[in-house]
Write a protein that binds this ligand. Sequence first.
Ligand SMILES: Cc1ncc(COP(=O)(O)O)c(C=O)c1O
Length: 390
Amino acid sequence: MKQYAASTMIRRLPEQYFSKLEKSIVSLKSQGADIINLAQGSPDQPTPDHIIKSLQEAATDPQFHRYSPFQGFSFFKEAVAEFYKNQYDVDLDPNEEVCILFGGKGGLVEVSQCLLNRGDVALVPDPGYPDYWSGVAMQEANMHMMPLRHEHGFLPQYEDIPARVRDEAKLLFLNYPNNPTGAVASSAFFEETVRFANDHDICTVHDFAYGAISFDGVKHPSFMQTKGAKENGIEIYTLSKTYNMAGWRVGFAVGNRSVIKHLNVLQDHQYVSLFGAVQRAATTALTSSQAGVTELQQMYEKRRNVLVEEAKRIGWAQEAPKGSFFAWFKVPNGMSETEFATQLLHEAHVAVAPGNGFGEHGRGYVRIGLVNDETKIKEAMSRIEALNLF
Ligand SMILES: Cc1ncc(COP(=O)(O)O)c(C=O)c1O
């Protein structure tokens, strides 16, 4: 077979960390190993019935068998505006301030394609979700990494960014509740962000993938609630985590009209829009009772408590995450995160995600997901205990 060379753009893309990690787990499983996978970030619960029923009904409606309108159905964008009003008391114009996305991941890559040119600078959290890197690489733009350190609550310190970089930067990626650290942000931090970003003419992109998952009775603020945020930047929301719809590939961006317009233009050229029945079911998810979301959040909180109690029991004392469904645990002294994760995978058959996959400042940590039930979490911790590493 003839081998076609990949374009330079494809060759610039960073290695897909999660797909590499997944391959080694699948390979061990195929040899019969009973792996408890705490490395993954895919929700383990099913999509609620009323959302599935909505899809089933909509799938038989011929209006959805034709092309969806460019930029999506108005009913879905209106549902997004209603959701933001109900949840966060934020007013959005469904026509100008909402863009439908094929999952949050798509939007996070597209926003770089929309705003960055070759040589431009994007401010990126380190550790952080690696998909921010992909769009920046496609555009031949540069990343300036903002370290997220424990002593600062895993929030970036804007004053540490060199003056030249602040002036050059065009985009700022943030994500709270945070993957991978489980940290949360306050309204005051978001206010500081708007001030910083406006002073330096930087568009903020707040990735709100885990917006529904924060603990200890705290509802995490939306960046859009901050005065001036809607003018400064956008927020990207996904239905993947809030409604266990990761496979459905549906999300949306809200906020600054010019950015929403650019995202829509890009999508007009790449796709038509999401399958209409998915838009209908997503509308059901956003506009019907949110009781299931509260139950989901309580379920993750219980799992978090079990994980932290178990970690303490085995001498791996760690702080409890405040949001997202990840815990960010330090590895035992003297070991690298890769050595530790490899030992856990091969000797305890427990998969955790080594922190260096999320950036240089992820060294010395592993990410543990709460997407397994309490019994599995306990079993995993007992297996780790048996390795006598603490
Ligand atoms: C921080 C963060 N942002 C965005 C996403 C993308 O989610 P999706 O593409 O399923 O909407 C994920 C998924 O794991 C994530 O962890």
